[in-house]
Design a protein around this ligand. Structure first.
Ligand SMILES: [Mg+2]
Length: 374
């Protein structure tokens, strides 16, 4: 301890006399004294302090951890974007570099039913995990998830919604891989049936807000129309390549500038394929949604499905007129009401269908998907 006092005085003098620290002298003294000092009593490392938090010194010390440290200000750099209120939210994820991934995993061309079923199962599991999601539509390596306009999940924070949906989906995709591709089954692998996961799949995801029912309907119509165009092209292309023995370049050249009718004709006249007989999953994509209806009785075959809508939905339907006039303001829901809805959503069946979603019928028969609104 005695060693330290002269140093403090010496340093102080050097500084106060000349009003600046003389580098050589100070350095020399510091080095010598510091060595001695640390040998007996190491200086404590400077821990995170509360100095910058304008705390009164008489306050009890904060708990250890990130909160209340002097570094906490870095949180102010965060810029959470909240998605526009009272709008439908669509989160679309898309396979990243899936042409490479599907080649690595030997996906069949033009469609691999295992890969599509895995996508559908992952989407269904995502709906099961996140009860706020009403429905999803998927084709190829993409899936779009619909959240209702009154959605308050994560306070509508875009980063939280996007990252949760895409990572939940990706997690399920990896988790369920073996169920659809085998790969863990040694016997199947020997027979060349198994396809173990050899590369980590990843997806990107974006969020888009749509203000009206019409916009949401058009969005899904766009994706399904796209699915049709792409699948017809891919079917014609891969049939030419695989069955026709045509090179990829020639097949592409042959299909350039052709219309849907030309491709249908090509498939039928040269390969005897009626495109309309291709599986609906390939032609129409997959809709995964929560179904609140009670499954039809075995006996009542042709009967219209009975609507057993969630209570909240039935209540709201009675107020339809009023609701339509006040769509500018999202309807407030109490905690109990939200909890009731969550339970109903959890109980609802999650079904996967390959049907037309461009026309009105699908939506009219499932009015809870879009809710009331314009
Ligand atoms: Mg992709």
């Amino acid at each position: 301890m005695a060693d330290m006092i002269p140093l403090a005085i010496r340093c102080h003098r050097v500084v106060s006399r000349s009003n600046r620290i003389l580098p050589t002298l100070t350095h020399h003294h510091m080095t010598q004294t510091a060595t001695r000092k640390y040998a007996t009593k190491p200086a404590p490392p400077s821990p995170p302090t509360t100095d910058n938090n304008h705390r009164n010194d008489s306050n009890p010390p904060p708990k250890a951890g990130m909160a209340n440290s002097k570094y906490e200000y870095t949180r102010t750099f965060e810029d959470p974007r909240r998605l526009l209120p009272n709008t439908y939210i669509i989160l679309r994820l898309d396979g990243r570099s899936f042409s490479t991934f599907s080649a690595t995993q030997n996906f069949k061309k033009p469609n691999d039913p295992r890969a599509l079923q895995l996508m559908n199962a992952s989407a269904a599991a995502t709906l099961r995990t996140l009860t706020d999601i009403r429905m999803a539509y998927g084709v190829s390596d993409e899936f779009s998830f619909l959240l209702p306009r009154e959605c308050t999940l994560f306070d509508r924070r875009e980063d939280k919604l996007v990252s949760t949906v895409v990572s939940t989906f990706t997690g399920w995709y990896v988790f369920l891989w073996q169920r659809y591709f085998g790969g863990g089954d040694a016997a199947a692998a020997e027979e060349g049936e198994g396809e173990s996961l050899r590369a980590p799949p990843s997806f990107d995801c974006r969020a888009v807000c749509y203000p009206s029912v019409g916009n949401v309907r058009d969005y899904f119509a766009w994706r399904q129309a796209d699915a049709h165009v792409n699948n017809l092209f891919n079917t014609a292309f891969w049939t030419l390549v695989i069955r026709g023995g045509v090179s990829r370049r020639d097949a592409e050249a042959e299909l350039r500038g052709t219309f849907a009718a030309d491709k249908n004709e090509l498939l039928f006249s040269r390969f005897g394929i009626n495109y309309n007989n291709e599986p609906e999953m390939y032609r129409k994509g997959s809709v995964v949604y929560r179904d609140y209806r009670i499954p039809e009785d075995e006996g009542a075959a042709a009967a219209e499905p009975t609507l057993t809508e969630p209570l909240e939905w039935s209540e709201r339907e009675g107020e339809e007129g009023e609701e339509r006039e006040t769509t500018a303001v999202p309807k407030f829901k109490s905690k109990t009401q939200k909890e009731k809805e969550r339970k109903l959503a959890k109980k609802a069946r999650i079904v996967t269908e390959h049907v037309d979603i461009i026309g009105d019928e699908f939506w009219q028969k499932r009015p809870w998907l879009l809710g009331n609104g314009n």
